[in-house]
Design a protein around this ligand. Sequence first.
Ligand SMILES: Cc1cc2nc3c(=O)[nH]c(=O)nc-3n(C[C@H](O)[C@H](O)[C@H](O)COP(=O)(O)OP(=O)(O)OC[C@H]3O[C@@H](n4cnc5c(N)ncnc54)[C@H](O)[C@@H]3O)c2cc1C
Length: 416
Amino acid sequence: MRSPSLETFREQARAWLTESGLPRAGTDDGVPVWGSGSDDVSVFHNLSFEAERALLDRLREWQRTKYEAGYGALTWPEEFGGRALAPEFEDVFAAEERAFDAGGAHELLSVTLHLIAPTIRLLGTDEQRQRFIRSFLSGRELACQLFSEPGAGSDLASLGTRAVRDGGDWVISGQKVWTSGAQFAQWGQLIARTDPDVPKHQGMTAFLVPMESPGIEIRPLRQMSGGTSFNEVFLDQVRVPDSLRLGEVGHGWKVALTTLGFERGASSSTTGVGGSWRQAVGLAAFTGADRDPVLRQQLADVVIAHKLGEIAHARDEQARRQGHPLGAVGSVRKMQWVRRMLGISDFVAAALGPRLVVDSGEWGTFAWSQHVLGVPGYRIAGGSDEIQRNIIAERMLGLPAEPRTDRTTPWRDCRR
Ligand SMILES: Cc1cc2nc3c(=O)[nH]c(=O)nc-3n(C[C@H](O)[C@H](O)[C@H](O)COP(=O)(O)OP(=O)(O)OC[C@H]3O[C@@H](n4cnc5c(N)ncnc54)[C@H](O)[C@@H]3O)c2cc1C
């Protein structure tokens, strides 16, 4: 099928969204109207288990509606229900969708759609592609990322969850941590150690694990912004058939890097989590910060950073289309994305003063505490600031590499 022009596509998407029955998010150009609709600008949800599940159900339903109408997997090939369009069509659709209140976002849906589904497409068997991809892209089933462990975060390759072959199955035992959305996921993409006698990067294997399996215990962790986005996941003799192994035995590091590559790519886009610069502008008008000589400068910096982010994103997309992968620039983009969100935090803290920390019931003010308390988590998620700086130092600036003594030592003999 020939792709439509971007403008034709924009008109079609706008018409479809208008007919979809979603409420509008603000004025025609997407500027929120002060005092109307939800004032939620949270980065992580601060909801009860039931309320968070209800939110996820609504978002899954919206994803299913989009997928069935041909807007849910625009860049995917037709065999997976997509339209094989270029990434800029996704940007156009996202911009049009922002004019409507689609119910928010949830990290588990993003992990499923943008990290795990593409990993299975690249590295899964035909059977796995048929089993999982449509189900994930339509939001019917969701998958979490079972990578980090108490002793393995930045240095993920030192992980110690063990998977041992037993006939046609693998038996997995160990502990994962910081698993976003595990309590709502049907599946988990897990990296385990299958050979402790080879150097750490070589002895890992990836699996797709049903989260309902006997032997899995999920314990939510409460974070400072209130909600329980993360979980500890304990695995005690969890049995998984070999047909759910993702990639070759011993190639788990390649699978992990593939998924993490999609994670870094996702943060190069301009859409943030939490409150947007437009909402910050709305707040400035309400509080009078836009008439304060110092605060209006700070607000201008927020807007400039966002515009520069859009330009950088357009350049990255152009480079990608010309066959130049993002590489270490992805680390720069991840840090810029987090800084833009931190810039919004600084501005709203200055503009709101005590109203940021005291809940008077006023619309759109105390709600910002959820943005301010949540953003720092993204300095760590997807590779911490320090790790991004190491990547930039080594791969872009050509500075000496960190000393790595455990490249050739068997994992069993490494200090942990
Ligand atoms: C919001 C959020 C969501 C997450 N979701 C998931 C998820 O769904 N699934 C999952 O598996 N994990 C998830 N994580 C975990 C995340 O991947 C880890 O927190 C991250 O990799 C850092 O690991 P760590 O917490 O063990 O810290 P550590 O690796 O122990 O680091 C501690 C500190 O030391 C610094 N440091 C470590 N090594 C170096 C070095 N070589 N050079 C310089 N400084 C260094 C770090 O920057 C950090 O400041 C999530 C984390 C957050 C915050």
